[in-house]
Design a protein around this ligand. Structure first.
Ligand SMILES: Brc1nc2nc[nH]c2c(Br)c1Br
Length: 344
């Protein structure tokens, strides 16, 4: 049972979470022209497009033919969350004449590539973007939804406008207490321990593990902090850092029988101090401050109930300089107000 927001879906009611009995009125696609392909994956092809009515650039996500239920879930969740802080806006849903392809039209973000971002971002940038991501996730969780695929590829960042948007709700699901969920979700490097040991009664805290992995990437300038070659190796990478003592008590606490023929997984490993991962050249040393590592420690916990919630994480002292940023008036004495010409 989640520590917070456990019963929000019951409170919000069936209309909110019942996506199966939900009919979608699909618009016709003439309004949008595809410009070029910008991404894609197992479930979709993603294009940059133009809205011929208002000449806005947009994103057109063409869903590969999957079960109707999965399309309804993604549209329902996007409809429920659109307008929330740092949530990608769903602008339209279109279907082609043949009725074979369903597409989601969303706002376009001039996204900075993750590898470039890691090199670019200063300490304040890291504080700012992780804070914005936690703000999005606290909103999502407060509305009874787990994203289940938080990773750099699903966090669009327009660095010039300092704009962050959480995208791709194709794996997102409504949280209900004491339900066993699928464990083949997420992307390997960002999978929480509960998925890797097959514990199905997980909750929103799944997403906080993934935020912790992204936070570690940014602090230590490593593209993916836990980079496993398969699900067993993924868990092994985690054991080697967090140690096996707390892993064993986690398994016992939740009565998880974890068997593996991977004998490296049956060894004992000591917990590594986070300072061990500070980037070698001095330039980045100042990113992994005591405060940063304290917050990281509280996100990357085996026991999902012990992980900070998105709301608790936002009140960590690490974010002090960015938490009140919105409250300060823009352009005060000596304050550089960035050119917001193109930043709507
Ligand atoms: Br939604 C969405 N999906 C994408 N996939 C690749 N680039 C993307 C952008 Br930019 C947006 Br916005």
């Amino acid at each position: 049972m989640a520590r917070t927001y456990a019963d929000v879906n019951d409170a919000l009611g069936r209309q909110w979470y019942d996506y199966e009995n939900f009919t979608i009125e699909w618009s016709s696609p003439e309004r949008y022209e595809i410009i070029d392909r910008i991404g894609g994956g197992k479930y979709s092809e993603v294009f940059k497009g133009i809205d011929m009515v208002n000449s806005d650039i947009c994103v057109i996500k063409v869903l590969k033919p999957v079960v109707d239920k999965k399309i309804k879930r993604e549209v329902k969740i996007l409809r429920n969350l659109t307008g929330g802080p740092n949530i990608i806006a769903l602008l339209d849903v279109v279907q082609d004449q043949t009725g074979r392809y369903h597409s989601l039209v969303m706002e376009y973000i001039e996204n900075v590539e993750w590898k470039a971002a890691l090199i670019l971002f200063t300490e304040v940038d890291i504080k700012y973007y992780i804070f914005q991501l936690l703000k999005a996730l606290d909103f999502v969780h407060s509305r009874g939804v787990m994203h289940r695929d938080v990773k750099p590829g699903n966090v669009m960042i327009d660095h010039r406008c300092r704009k962050l948007r959480l995208i791709d709700w194709g794996l997102a699901e409504f949280y209900h207490p004491d339900i066993a969920y699928h464990i083949r979700v997420g992307s390997r490097y960002y999978k929480a321990p509960e998925l890797l040991v097959g514990y199905k009664m997980y909750d929103y805290s799944l997403d906080i593990w993934s935020v912790g992995c992204m936070f570690a990437s940014m602090l230590f300038k490593r593209e993916h902090f836990f980079r496993g070659s398969d699900n067993d190796d993924q868990l092994l990478r985690i054991l080697r850092v967090l140690g096996t003592n707390s892993f064993d008590s986690y398994l016992k606490m939740y009565d998880i029988t974890f068997k593996s023929c991977h004998e490296a997984l049956l060894q004992e490993y000591p917990k590594q101090p986070w300072t061990r991962f500070t980037a070698p050249d001095y330039r980045h040393r100042d990113l992994a401050t005591t405060e940063a590592l304290d917050l990281l420690e509280k996100m990357l916990r085996y026991d999902h109930r012990q992980r900070l919630t998105a709301r608790e994480a936002q009140s960590h002292a690490y974010f002090n300089v960015v938490r009140l940023e919105g409250a300060s008036h823009k352009g005060g004495l000596g304050e550089y107000v960035s050119d917001s010409g193109f930043c709507s």
